[in-house]
Structures are given as C-alpha cells and as structure tokens.
Design a protein. Structure first.
Length: 123
C-alpha cells in the first residue's frame, strides 16, 4: 500500500513533480512497514539506479503480507494529482490502495470513480 499525506490543498501544487526523484523529498520522509537491508523505504524513488549500496528500489520483507509505504510531504507540497509506480527487474507491485489525511486529520482511502477496489498497476 502507498500511504500519502496531504496537509492542505492549493492550486499551485500540481504544477511540478513533488520531489521524490529529484531528492527534494529527503530519506527521513519515507517510512515503510518493513524493508530489506539494501532496499530501504527511501529507495522508493522513480528512476533510482541500482548500485553496490542500493537495490534501486524499496523492497518489503517476504513475510510482510500488508506492506505499506508512506511519504510525508512538507506543507507546501499539497495536492497530489498523479501517482507513478515502477518495478525493478522481476519485482513490482500489481495493485495498491491510496490513503490520505483530510484537513480534520482523518485517514481516508482515495476512490477512483473509474474503477473499484485497489488500483491495478504495472501489469
């Protein structure tokens, strides 16, 4: 599951990427239910290259049946208008649910009016 925090909504927010790929979003802003040693949560960035120290992706532990990823955005990152996911070699997510915080601090699931249930991706 991908868990996204949306502090408030403004019209300027959807004019540029949020910063996961460019590293404007720092490592400490990523959290996950679990991770393996060379595949920490902060490696859940688009187009991250594999290296000696990095798998190039976030990977949850095999026994984590309810894996989740959370990215906490600063206040000035406010409106999320798209989510991109990316797999690695033979590992990728095939479906996920998207949650967000409301202004009154309640967690809600985002519901796509065009499909029911989890988002089906990377198929």
């Amino acid at each position: 599951m991908i868990f996204v925090v949306i502090p408030r909504i403004t019209s300027k927010a959807c004019q540029r990427p949020l910063g996961t790929e460019s590293r404007e979003i720092k490592a400490w802003q990523f959290e996950a239910s679990s991770e393996i040693k060379v595949a920490s949560a902060d490696q859940a960035r688009l187009n991250l290259e594999k290296s000696k120290k990095s798998s190039g992706a976030w990977i949850a532990k095999d026994d984590d049946n309810n894996a989740w990823l959370q990215v906490s955005f600063p206040r000035w990152f406010t409106l999320i208008t798209a989510v991109a996911t990316q797999g690695k070699e033979n590992q990728w997510v095939t479906k996920y649910k998207l949650q967000y915080w409301t202004r009154n601090l309640k967690v809600k699931y985002y519901k796509d009016p065009l499909q029911s249930g989890p988002f089906k991706v990377n198929s």
